[in-house]
Ligand binder design. Sequence first.
Ligand code: ACO
Length: 400
Amino acid sequence: TAGHDVIDVRTLGKKGYFTFDPGFLATASCESKITYIDGEQGILLHRGYSIEDLAKHADYLEVCYILLFGERPNVEQYENFKTTVTRHTMVHEQLIHFFQGFRRDSHPMAIMVGVVGALSAFYHDSMDISNERHREIAAYRLISKMPTLAAMSYKYSAGQPFVYPRNDLSYAANFLNMMFSVPTEEYKVSPVVERAMDRIFTLHADHEQNASTSTVRLAGSSGANPFACIAAGIACLWGPAHGGANEACLTMLEEIGSVDRIPEFIERAKDKNDPFRLMGFGHRVYKNYDPRATVMRESCHEVLNELNIDDPLLDVAMELERIALSDPYFKEKKLFPNVDFYSGIVLKAIGIPVSMFTVIFALSRTVGWIAHWKEMMEEETQRIGRPRQLYTGEPHRPFK
Ligand code: ACO
C-alpha cells in the first residue's frame, strides 16, 4: 500500500498481541485486486486504469465490466454485457405494492433500503451463493434494476405514474427517461445530460474499502444473500459523512448563498466548538485533490455551459474552494474538495431533486459493492468478519 510498511498481524493474536484501530485508520480488512488509491498523490485506478482515462474514454457499462471481470471487454463481450444488463431492467410488478406502503414524503433512500432488501424475496435462485452462475446473475440483476428502483422511488414521491424501462436507450438515458418522462409529453434525453449522468455513474462506481463497501463485505462474510448485503451498503451510504455528503454539500452551498458570506462559514468550519464542517471537503484517504473532483469540476462547467445555466451556487463553490485551499487550517489538515463538492451542482443542473442525490450515488456504487462481494465469494478460504473490542465497562460484580 502506497508509502506504508505492511505488518501482517494475523498471527500476532497467538503471540499475545492485540491491535486496536477504531475507524480502521491503519488496518486493511482484506486483499483486493479491484481498485487502487494513492491518497498522497491523488491517484485512483480501477483494475489498473486511471479514473481520468475511464471518465474520458469509457462509458459506465464498460467500467462495470472492468470492475466485475478485471479486463476491458472486446466489442462482442461489451455488446453481450449490455444486452444482459438491459434484459434485467424490469422489476416484479408486485414490488409496486412495496412502494405504495411508504408515506409519499419518505426519503427515497429509506425506500431504497427497503425495496432492494425486498428483492431477496423475489429471486430465490440468487440465494444459492455457492453457485458462480447464480452469483453472476445476482450481479446483473442488481446493476440492471437499480436505475428502475431509483426512478420509481422518485416517481412515487412526486405522485406520478411509474415509467417502465426502455431497452432501446443507453443505461444513463434509460434512467433519465424513467425519472423525467410523463404520459402527457414526450421526453427527449439531451446528449449532454446523458453524457454527464453517465460520467457521474462512472466517478462513483467504486472506491475500495469505504464504509459502505466494507459494510457489504462484512454482511456478505456471514453468507447473507447479495440483495441483503447491498441493502446494508445502501443504509451505510446514507450517512452525511459518506454518500449523504452530496446532498449536505448542496444544502450548505444554498445556506451560504452568496460569495460575501463564505469567510463566516470558513471560520465556523475551523471552530472546534462548532460542529459545522465544510461538506464536500476532506477525505479519509485523499490528502491531495480527489482526482474524481477534478473530473467532476470539468463536467460541471461543461454541463452549465451547454445547458446555458447561470447558477450562482457554482460561483459560491469556486470561491469557497479558492479561499479554503489558501487557508492555513485546510492546508495543514490536507483538506481538499472531494467528488461530492461539485456533483450536487451538476445533478441540480440536470434537474435531479436534492433528495435523489444519494440514491444516484447508491445506484452508481452498486457495481463496486457487488464486484467486492463477488471477489470475496471467490476467495478460497472465507472467514466471517468479526472485529474484536477493548472492553472498558464494569468488571465482574455481584448481582444482589
Ligand atoms: N471541515 C472542517 N474540518 C474538517 C473537515 C471539514 N470538512 N474534515 C475534516 N476536518 C478536520 C477535523 O475536524 C479534524 O480536525 P482535528 O484533527 O483538529 O480534530 C481533522 O480535519 C481530521 O478529520 P477527521 O474527521 O478525523 O478525518 P476522517 O478521515 O475521520 O473523516 C471525512 C473524513 C468524514 C470525509 C471528513 O473529512 C468529513 O466529515 N468531511 C465532510 C463530509 C464529506 O464531504 N464526506 C464525503 C466523503 S467522500 C465520499 O463519501 C464520496
